[in-house]
Design a protein around this ligand. Structure first.
Ligand code: CP
Ligand code: NVA
Length: 307
């Protein structure tokens, strides 16, 4: 597989292989080993939208592997305006060894992948955020959570992150309950894909029902990047879907709280929950680095002998 555009591109075996590789690379780095298995390699970072975590972790990730990153904002290269997506992909393929792209339309990252001869990694589109789901399930896996018996409650928007978490959940054997207001359910095609993979999935409008007995509570912003015009409508629709201490009280006492960040404190999550003892959001954030290093390493053909 040349690219990582969707969690659906991965098999269960490959996902667990990436977890093992991420843990290995993390351990080596923390032990002070500074090998450069991707020396001389470059990764282009195309960002049509803002980012803190994704940009820094891709950039630092390739540098830690001995390579370098070239950051290109969507405006700077005029992706799809100054130059077509296929032309950008064909040109970059002549200079760099891989592309990580954050785009508005999922079709853009698909177009890059189709026309590039080098690996293309989806760093978030309006449809999926596979690197996030990979890092998040890696975070649970490395904590020793039994993925096959756990239940995740997704509280809020059935959005890009939700889609990737649904697909990853199906691959690892976790069950998932998505609680969202009517009209904000995850994509029907992704729901069907999850069920075809044997995933256990329930979609409800009842946040309390989803939270009850859950092992993990996950939420994300109500207004994703690119949806700013719907801000007021969405704040109204999601007002009963806040991850609060009251909602957390329905979950298992050991329940973990996850959020991909950035958080809109006081909207989808309260300060007390985000900063509280059940929250593992900074572990998720840290693991973006290690999980993406594994992806870059695998797709750019690194060898552990050089790591
Ligand atoms: N979670 C995440 O992708 O964060 P950024 O938008 O800051 O990259
Ligand atoms: N759903 C959010 C995730 C940000 C990492 C967005 O697309 O803006």
């Amino acid at each position: 597989m040349k690219d990582l555009l969707s969690v659906g591109d991965l098999s269960r075996e490959r996902l667990f292989r990436l977890f093992t590789l991420a843990a290995d690379l993390k351990q080596r780095w923390k032990a002070g080993r500074r090998a450069a298995p991707l020396a001389g390699r470059s990764l282009a970072l195309i960002f049509e939208k803002p980012s803190l975590r994704t940009r820094v972790t891709f950039e630092v990730g390739i540098v830690q592997l001995g390579g370098r990153a070239v950051y290109l904002s969507g405006n700077e290269i005029g992706l799809g305006t100054r130059e077509t997506v296929p032309d950008v992909a064909r040109n970059l393929s002549r200079w760099v060894d891989g592309i990580a792209a954050r785009v508005f339309a999922h079709a853009t990252v698909q177009g890059l992948a189709t026309h590039a001869s080098i690996p293309v990694i989806n760093g978030l589109s309006d449809f999926e955020h596979p690197c996030q789901a990979l890092a998040d399930y890696f975070t649970l896996w490395e904590r020793g959570v039994d993925l096959a018996s756990m239940r995740m409650a997704w509280i809020g928007d059935g959005n890009n992150v939700c889609h990737s978490m649904m697909l990853a959940g199906a691959l690892v054997g976790a069950s998932m309950v998505v609680a969202c207001p009517p009209g904000y359910e995850p994509d029907a095609g992704v729901q069907a894909q999850v069920r075809a993979l044997g995933g256990r999935l329930q979609v409800t409008t009842d946040a309390r029902e989803a939270a009850t007995g859950a092992d993990v509570l996950y939420t994300d912003v109500w207004v994703s990047m690119g949806q700013e015009a719907e801000r007021e409508k969405r704040r109204e629709a999601f007002s009963r879907y806040q991850l609060s201490e009251r909602l957390l009280g329905f979950a298992k006492p050991s329940a973990l709280v996850m959020h991909c960040l950035p958080a809109h404190r006081g909207e989808e999550i309260t300060d007390a929950v985000l900063d509280g003892p059940r929250s593992i959001v900074l572990d998720q954030s840290e693991n973006r680095l290690h999980a993406q290093k594994a992806v870059i390493f695998e797709l750019l053909g690194g060898s552990l002998d050089d790591a």
